[in-house]
Write a protein that binds this ligand. Structure first.
Ligand code: ADP
Length: 192
């Protein structure tokens, strides 16, 4: 079983690469952002709560997100492995995640971290906003806030996972083309 975190700032291509991993490696994709958006569409209690944070480019509180993630893993049986996209995003979530995996007898295989500079992130997200139907991609201030939140609360997880995983933490240049990035990821996974 391979359990992989795909990590990086908003707009770095986590979701795109995760989808390719699903197609090519048969992993189950868990995207916390996608689950929130599904709940917002369905106007569930969780969706109503999450939307007030997401609309402003803030993180949904850790306890809400971690409970949701735990339920999601529980609902998928017989998986070849998971690709975690958008989780964890804080040290608190990472610590919860570690104890959750331990309880479930699961091991984190690797972290794939996509590096993209902020100017490119902003351009990509504004461009995505033209077609994604996501309000949080349409407004420059919200995008800049998401990047700020990433820098303040999420980017520390790089050091956290380098310390925990050593060689199983992989930095990948996320500014290349989609297929070229996937080729690098495929190579890393096949050689691990
Ligand atoms: P992106 O990576 O492009 O920002 P996501 O779909 O991963 O897109 O996330 C969209 C929004 O959902 C985030 O800005 C945040 O408000 C919320 N969200 C997603 N994952 C988490 C998480 N692990 N913790 C808290 N909030 C989250």
């Amino acid at each position: 079983m391979k359990n992989i975190i795909i990590f990086g700032p908003p707009g770095s291509g986590k979701g795109t690469q995760a989808e390719l991993l699903v197609k090519n490696k048969g992993l189950s994709h868990i995207s916390t952002g996608d689950i929130f958006r599904k709940n917002i569409k369905g106007s569930t209690k969780l969706g109503v709560l999450a939307s007030s944070y997401i609309e402003n480019g803030q993180l949904v509180p850790d306890n809400v997100t971690s409970d949701m993630l735990s339920n999601e893993i529980e609902s998928i049986s017989d998986s070849k492995g998971f690709i975690f996209d958008g989780y964890p995003r804080t040290i608190n979530q990472a610590e919860f995640f570690e104890s959750l995996l331990l309880k479930k007898n699961m091991k984190l295989s690797m972290v794939l971290s996509l590096d993209v500079n902020e100017e490119i992130l902003l351009k990509r997200l504004l461009n995505r906003g033209l077609t994604s139907g996501r309000d949080d991609d349409r407004n420059e201030n919200i995008i800049l806030n998401r990047i700020r939140v990433y820098n303040n609360q999420t980017s520390v997880l790089k050091k956290y996972y380098i310390d925990k995983l050593g060689d199983n933490f992989h930095s990948i240049n996320g500014e290349h083309g989609i297929q070229s990035i996937f080729k690098s990821i495929d190579h890393i996974i096949n050689n691990s």
